[in-house]
Ligand binder design. Structure first.
Ligand code: IPE
Ligand code: IPE
Ligand code: MG
Length: 261
């Protein structure tokens, strides 16, 4: 049994969270950096820099809560269409982040993963990302999954092409293509679907994020801009999640992981 002191310092229990009902995979559409900067009469890039501080803090809280996968939507396939200076700044920030965080990821036993068109990243950025993936690959406590040059439609198009190639080559039978087969051809082949998708900044859309995987995710929207998003707000969302009844199309489900009752 835990002592009172243990309970007081355990973030799961001290915030009224049930450790048995923790989501396995939380995904976040980190939005509002530009508006945060604009409100403060700053350059949008300052908003992205401040957003990186929020990333560090949410990674830490997820690790403490024993959440196994945290996916962060950091750059969409559509974001390539932003002004060149902003894209360049975002890429530089990404490189700095994956380089600066190596030690912390090792200390916290977190491995880095990427979903998206990694090959489209500038060479030096791609190499920094790959090196952090390589260094952290044996870490087991949590996966920090960055969605980089990610788009759900591109992901599905790519999966369809891969499956079509296999059918043409005779290594995959048309009749054998199931939902499971499709899932295995997505960037997320080795991770479970998100239990929760959070979007900050008041926008209520998916913006091409995890269109297949979020089929049964619990959605949370907050007006808070990403740079202002706090650990407390994150934990409040987890608490609300624990109260939701996830039915998965069935009639009633008292556990919230979809296991049959
Ligand atoms: C999210 O913030 C970060 C990225 C999309 C890279 P935005 O840059 O979209 O901020 P807003 O939506 O303009 O406020
Ligand atoms: C979604 O935000 C992409 C990321 C958070 C990386 P956007 O700001 O690009 O999306 P829209 O344009 O508001 O739909
Ligand atoms: Mg935005």
């Amino acid at each position: 049994m835990k002592s009172k002191i243990d309970q007081g310092t355990d973030p799961v229990s001290c915030h009224g969270l049930d450790p048995e009902k923790m989501p396995v995979h939380v995904a976040v559409i980190m939005d509002g950096n530009g508006r945060w900067a604009k409100k403060k009469l700053m350059n949008r890039v300052r908003g992205h820099e401040k957003g990186a501080d929020t990333v560090r803090s949410i990674v830490t809280v997820c690790r403490k809560l024993n959440i196994k996968v945290l996916t962060l939507y950091a750059f969409s396939t559509e974001n390539w269409g932003r002004p060149r200076a902003e894209v360049t700044a975002l890429m530089a920030l990404l490189k700095k982040f994956v380089t600066d965080e190596r030690q912390t990821l090792m200390d916290k036993n977190i491995c880095l993963g990427v979903i998206g068109q990694k090959e489209r990243l500038p060479g030096d950025v791609g190499r920094a990302v790959d090196e952090t993936i390589r260094l952290t690959r044996n870490n087991t406590a949590m996966r920090l999954n960055l969605a980089l040059s990610y788009g759900g439609r591109e992901e599905m198009t790519r999966a369809v092409k891969q499956m079509a190639e296999k059918v043409a080559a005779g290594s995959l039978c048309l009749e054998d293509i199931s939902e499971e087969t499709v899932s295995r051809h997505l960037y997320t082949a080795d991770i479970p679907d998100p239990d929760i998708v959070i979007r900050t900044s008041g926008e209520k859309r998916l913006s091409n994020f995890m269109l297949w995987q979020a089929g049964y995710a619990e959605l949370f929207f907050t007006d808070t801009l990403w740079p202002d998003f706090t650990d407390r707000a994150f934990m409040d969302i987890i608490r609300d999640y624990q109260k939701r009844d996830r039915r998965f199309g069935k009639v009633q489900c008292s556990s919230n992981d979809g296991s049959p009752q």
